[in-house]
Design a binder for this molecule. Sequence first.
Ligand SMILES: *Cc1c(COP(=O)(O)O)cnc(C)c1O
Length: 399
Amino acid sequence: MLDLKSEYLYMKSDIDAAIAACLEHQQWILGPEVREFEEKIAEYIGVKHCIGTSSGTDALVLVLRALAIKTKGEEYFNRNDLIITTPFTFTATGDAILRAGATPLFVDIDPATYNIDLKQIRSCLESFPHGLSPIAHCPFRILGILPVHLYGRSCQMDEIMSIAHEYGLFVVEDCAQAFGTEWQKANGERQKVGSIGTAGCLSFFPSKNLGGFGDAGAITTNDNKLVGLIRMLIKHGGKDKYNVAHIGYNARLDTLHAAILLAKLKYVDEFNIRRQYIVQLYTEGLKDIPGIVLPLASCLSPIPNNSSHVFHQFTLRILNGKRDALQRYLKGSGIDSMIYYPVPLHKMKVFSGRCVLYGGQLVSSEIVVEEVLSLPVEPLYSEDLIIEVVKAIREYYIN
Ligand SMILES: *Cc1c(COP(=O)(O)O)cnc(C)c1O
């Protein structure tokens, strides 16, 4: 799906110099590159603060733990504390809610965008707590919303923020797949995702749009109190080693990772634009095939002029039960494709009895897991390579 070796060679001199500088100074824990990276990311996303973390998953857990401490004065949420999120995401989103002590309240997606359905969030909050079995006798409270900007497309943040404001909820944005994605507000102003909610969580897992050489992540926020708490939690829970106030982690961003990510950051906008161009080629090649649903060009305006979708994944819906056969056909032609995600979170064992489903069922999520197929969007792939993929798909439909 990706060619990380080519990406390295494309920016080799920058990356090699960054690593060499670390070898020279040997400040491996919270060295100067960590602070520099945090400053650059805060500026890029458009927030006051950024805190580097050991992964995107840890970023989510840290934000939620800090919110429990800040809003409840407790180390963890409890199981009656519900956080609204989508079941159509990577496991880490829901898992972070459990690890922070709370319970995910899964609300179905809008299949047109694959993101959480705003209308359902609203009706969920209006009807709450009626009809929220299976754990009927608990005094549930909804405390927050954790929207995921899936595949690189922004959720509808104006509406989410206005719902949150109305009901007094926090909003933690899962931006793991959406580095660089912008949301255009009703007044036309643009904001990067990760700067709109209470906090944003970024992942620099190697396959993400800004990918490092290992696990890494970051938190973005304008909330000074949260920053103070998170800075303690990432290093064992205290202001210093012998003054420990909270149940902490060792969850810092490594200096070496920060240095490499700083070198790669210079290329991220260029690469996101290349992704959009590749998607345009796919779209032109596939738009007339009945039985294939292409992603909406954007929630806002046509690609590639806006960056409201950074296409971490280019994902089709393959209708009429043909998805798996098409994937096998592509594989036979030497073309990789992936299924993100084959199982919605509420069908996983870890969430059984530990989550609540709004309305008792999540129909769209259960349909799309059978239909989605993601095609390669490596920014450095040539036009010819993409056209080959298009050809193979067309061949499959002709035969
Ligand atoms: C990758 C990802 C994460 C977790 O990030 P890691 O850095 O791999 O821990 C969380 N949420 C979503 C939606 C992701 O895609």
